[in-house]
Design a protein. Structure first.
Length: 173
């Protein structure tokens, strides 16, 4: 028989035995089972971090709009629904300001991602009972407020607004 023939049989035949394939498959399954929870945890953390940054960015944006447009704005939150949005003072009726949501993409109501929630909102209560709000004035000042957010792991972050100085601090876990 030709030594170069592909049909050659013998102890030096190339290939894997069924036992070797099973062992490798088991090792890969163990490694995968160990790594998946690590990635799942980091994805949860990334979602919570992004939600915090989105809320903080929207808060800052509302403050900037108030100064640029010389109009009073509100950052509104509904903790029960896990939503937030920006509203602009449209007019005054009976001595009270009337606020309306912004049009377009900037004014749309946004939702917190799954696994992230408003834990506690230390801000003014909306007279319509929809939630709470923070007022931004054209002078750059805003209400003193604290927005606390929590994720599924119980990690808490907060956004603190310093009132008359209009400073915003984000404190991550």
């Amino acid at each position: 028989m030709d030594p170069m023939s592909p049909n050659r049989a013998g102890p030096d035949t190339a290939g894997f035995t069924l036992l070797e394939l099973i062992v490798v498959t088991i090792i890969l399954a163990i490694i995968t089972a160990a790594v998946i929870p690590v990635f799942a945890g980091s994805l949860s953390w990334a979602r919570a971090d992004r939600a915090l940054r989105d809320v903080a960015g929207t808060v800052r944006y509302a403050g900037e709009l108030a100064v640029i447009e010389e109009t009073t704005y509100r950052f509104c939150m509904d903790a029960d629904a896990g939503t937030y949005w920006i509203a602009r003072q449209a007019r005054v009726e009976d001595g009270e300001p009337v606020f309306e949501g912004l049009g377009g993409e900037e004014g749309e109501e946004r939702s917190l991602p799954e696994g992230v929630a408003f834990k506690r909102l230390d801000a003014r209560r909306d007279p319509d009972g929809r939630g709470r709000y923070i007022t931004f004035r054209p002078t750059g000042a805003c209400d003193h407020a604290i927005i606390r957010m929590v994720d599924n792991d119980g990690d808490e972050a907060r956004i603190e607004l310093k009132g008359n100085v209009g400073r915003i601090e984000v404190k991550e876990p």
